[in-house]
Ligand binder design. Structure first.
Ligand code: MG
Length: 204
């Protein structure tokens, strides 16, 4: 089993250690084939697992987040974290925490943060991707946009990872599951790996 830096599992975030290890394995595989992109960096937990896989091959992960928090992170919402409110603006801002974490885990040189809305980045993007990890906003509209805007860049034999795919509505929001179902129904993907709420599809 791979060794992960001390403190990685306690970074703020919604990714389990076994999900993180799967992201690491796939990024180690995919970063040999082409570029890797994450949508939804938040505090960097999943980004660091992806970066550790990239580092094995001397590669980088691109990670997109406006760092103003998703709908569910806003003040008064269920996943709001008061630690992430900027003292300057009084608004949610996860970028400082993200920078601190990628520095502490020693992977700054394997991460290219893009601080912007993913739809804006997609409109300017031109690089084929060997792996895409969708874990951005969990509203249906945002998740659908991320799937439609980014899946077109995935190379043949590339990997599409989706987080928070829950079968039962009681277990969690259904937007990630909706895009997972769409991907499967398209006939363009096969299920490669399933770990907790993480699904990794392979582009046929
Ligand atoms: Mg998630």
């Amino acid at each position: 089993m791979a060794k992960f830096p001390k403190g990685l599992s306690t970074i703020k975030g919604f990714l389990s250690s076994e999900e993180g290890e799967s992201l690491y394995k796939i990024s180690k595989l995919a970063s040999n084939l082409g570029s890797i992109l994450e949508i939804g960096s938040y505090c960097g937990k999943s980004t660091i697992y992806l970066a550790l896989g990239c580092r094995k091959n001397g590669k980088v992960v691109f990670t997109i987040d406006h760092h103003r928090g998703s709908e569910e992170h806003q003040i008064g919402e269920f996943f709001h974290d008061p630690d992430l409110v900027s003292t300057q603006t009084g608004e949610v801002d996860s970028f400082l925490e993200f920078r601190k974490n990628i520095f502490d885990m020693g992977v700054e040189n394997n991460i290219v943060p893009i601080v912007a809305r993913s739809s804006i980045v997609a409109s300017a993007w031109q690089t084929p991707l060997a792996m895409i990890f969708i874990d951005g906003g969990h509203s249906l509209e945002t998740a659908l946009d991320d799937y439609r805007n980014w899946s077109q860049f995935l190379m043949k034999d590339g990997f599409l990872a989706i987080h928070d795919v829950f079968e039962a509505p009681e277990a969690g929001g259904q937007a990630p599951r909706a895009i997972y179902d769409l991907a499967i129904a398209s006939g363009l993907f096969s299920l490669f790996l399933e770990v907790a709420s993480l699904r990794i599809l392979k582009r046929l």
